[in-house]
Design a protein. Sequence first.
Length: 139
Amino acid sequence: MTVDIPQLKKQANDEPVAEFLGMELERLEPGYSRVVINLRTEHLNFSGLVFGGIIMALADQAFAFAANSIIRPNIASQFNINFMSAPKPQTKLIAEGRILKQGKRASVTEITVTDESGHLIAKATGTTVPIQNRPILKK
């Protein structure tokens, strides 16, 4: 199945969770995505550090768009993240997802999260499986 990249980009603009968290899809092409977030005080935990779930959500968003840019619908069956360093509050984070292996039954994506200066924040991998005969939800 050929994925309609312009339609997927349009859906990204209408996604409630991305809007709620402040994530934006900057770039999408087959097998690659780039998602950014400008960190806000709402993204901090009780220690004044960026909540790990925000970093994970950003990585997951890049993962989802990269994987669904090739085969759609495609859902996660595994996601693993390693936090390398804490980002500074009030900075911009960039997550890039790249498909490493695309198969008929499963695909593997690598996700890198950096700050705007290129400092490594997190590395993640995810596995997706295509869903057959299942309609894509539309608004």
